[in-house]
Unconditional design. Structure first.
Length: 95
C-alpha cells in the first residue's frame, strides 16, 4: 500500500491520522500479527529493563504503517514506552 492510498483510506473514515491509528490500526489483524511475531522474536519482556509488566510494542520507524518489519519494532514496558514517545505518566510531552 502506498502512502497516498493510506491517506485516502484514513481520509474516508473522517478521523485524523492519530485517531485512525489508535482507533482502527491498533485493533487490526495486521497489527495483531506483527505484534505476535515481535513477541515471538524477543519474548514478552521489556527490551530495556527486562520487566514483564505492562508490555507494549513500540514503532521505531513509521516508513509506511503497513510495511512494518520486526527491526522497526521494540518491546517495551509502559515506562520505557512513554520515555521513547517523549510523554510523561499523564500523557503530556516532556521537555
Amino acid at each position: 500500500m502506498t502512502a497516498t492510498e493510506l491517506k485516502a483510506i484514513i481520509s474516508a473514515t473522517g478521523l485524523s491520522r492519530r485517531e485512525w491509528y489508535w482507533q482502527v490500526y491498533l485493533k487490526s489483524d495486521h497489527w495483531r500479527d506483527v505484534k505476535k511475531a515481535k513477541f515471538g522474536q524477543v519474548g514478552k519482556r521489556c527490551e530495556v529493563c527486562g520487566s514483564k509488566r505492562e508490555i507494549q510494542v513500540h514503532h521505531l520507524n513509521y516508513r509506511n504503517i503497513f510495511d512494518v518489519t520486526l527491526p522497526d519494532l521494540q518491546v517495551l514496558c509502559d515506562a520505557h514506552h512513554r520515555e521513547a514517545r517523549g510523554v510523561d505518566a499523564e500523557g503530556g510531552r516532556v521537555q
